[in-house]
Design a protein around this ligand. Structure first.
Ligand code: PLP
Length: 399
């Protein structure tokens, strides 16, 4: 147990960890099974274009999520771009600013203005009560983000979309294996988009998928992700290359086979962090709903600087000096990133909750690489730092 600030790396002690602990260090799953699949793929010499692994992954995801159509993609960002185009969105689309920048970029990339909406501070997802005031004659859609695996208020969003005749798309990059009112994320809105990027708890190295119950939309997306080809030499649509390669699908299938184990480890870690930080003043662990199924893949601390007596960025610095690469997701909010900062300098005025939370979050490492001993070490560092906040502030200020 650390007793004084001299025990912290920021004050000159040895870092707690010899190598960096990253948020989103990949879960690997059964390596032998992965290699078997890769060898099989090489033997068959079929590396892309509707291979057996991509087809199997699409089927498995559709079955698991209870949706009619699943289209695997090269990554979540291109999947978003393609669905946005397939839905014929244009003009303005309402999105939360508190998200990974890809959600906004996927719109801006095709000359659609992202109109930033504030979040509900409890769920950290788009505040449905703030959407209607942002609708203009140019609005064509809404993108909800199930941030950190917390489902959006899908009922409220559906109602708004229906009333105003808007498309409704979900960025479900964080929400594989999550339910909303007992129903799996994947079948809400017009379509949902998943990411299987290496940092996601189920990964395919790079990868993503679109799920939808709309057969026409699904077939447009399938055409668009393959240059618009409908059979040999027959291009019937404008398209791009959004295909997932077989090697990614092999990894995705292998990851999925370990999904229960990954979630169990995430849950164990979540409970350990929850217990560990419960008495630390000024720190709150963002809770997961007990009523819904979830993946527990993000450990998000909310810091009340007044109570803790230390600024969020300083606490992050303390952790990083110990080789705990804590992150400030999603600082500073899309509206404060380019090109949005220049194009919409007033956007922050309607985003008070977003502006507040981006100064409070600390995302900590979890996943299969993090054990209970590591968590108790991290908790001990947090305890020591906040217990000596005053001294620490002056030390860091002098440096
Ligand atoms: C909320 C969110 N949306 C979209 C993406 C983009 O997914 P990808 O990295 O697969 O392109 C990510 C993360 O990577 C994300 O966190």
């Amino acid at each position: 147990m650390r007793k004084t600030i001299q025990d912290l790396a920021i004050a000159g002690a040895q870092p707690a960890f010899g190598s960096p602990l990253h948020v989103g260090r990949p879960n690997i799953g059964n390596r032998d099974r992965l290699m078997e699949r890769i060898n099989d793929m090489l033997d068959r010499r079929w590396l892309s274009n509707a291979g057996v692994y991509v087809t199997e992954l699409e089927q498995r995801l559709a079955d698991m999520l209870g949706v009619e159509h699943c289209i695997a993609m090269c990554n979540g960002t291109v999947a978003l771009e393609i669905v946005i185009r397939a839905l014929e969105l244009e003009g303005e689309v309402i999105v939360p600013s508190l998200t990974f920048v890809a959600t906004a970029h996927a719109l801006q990339w095709q000359q659609i203005k992202p109109v930033f909406c504030d979040i509900d501070p409890e769920s950290c997802t788009i505040d449905s009560a703030r959407i209607e005031e942002l609708i203009t004659p140019r609005t064509t859609g809404i993108i909800g983000v199930h941030l950190w695996g917390r489902p959006c208020d899908t009922d409220a969003l559906q109602k708004i979309a229906k009333t105003h005749n808007l498309s409704l798309l979900y960025d479900a990059a964080h929400a594989l294996g999550v339910t909303s009112s007992g129903k799996m994320i994947g079948g809400f809105g017009d379509a949902e988009v998943f990411s299987f990027h290496a940092t996601k708890f189920i990964n395919s190295f790079e990868g993503g998928a679109v799920t939808t119950n709309d057969p026409e939309l699904a077939s447009r997306i399938r055409l668009m992700k393959n240059f618009g080809f409908s059979g040999y030499d027959n291009v019937v649509y404008i398209g791009t290359n959004g295909k997932m390669p077989e090697v990614s699908a092999a990894m995705g299938l292998t990851s999925l086979e370990s999904m229960d184990e990954f979630i169990a480890i995430n849950y164990r870690n979540y409970l350990a962090y929850k217990e560990g930080v419960k008495d630390i003043p000024g720190i709150r662990l963002l809770p997961y709903s007990q009523e819904e199924q979830t993946n527990y893949q993000y450990i998000v601390l909310i810091l009340d600087e007044e109570v803790a007596g230390i600024r969020r960025d300083k606490l992050v610095e303390v952790l990083q000096k110990e080789n705990i690469i804590a992150r400030r997701y999603f600082y500073p909010g899309c509206h404060r990133m380019e090109p949005y900062r220049s194009q919409q300098p007033q956007a922050g005025l309607v985003l008070p909750q977003t502006e507040k939370i981006v100064t409070q979050t600390i995302v900590l490492p979890t996943g299969t690489d993090i054990d209970l001993e590591t968590i108790s070490e991290i908790v001990d560092i947090l305890q020591c730092a906040i217990g000596h906040a005053k001294e620490l502030n002056s030390i860091i200020d002098i440096q």
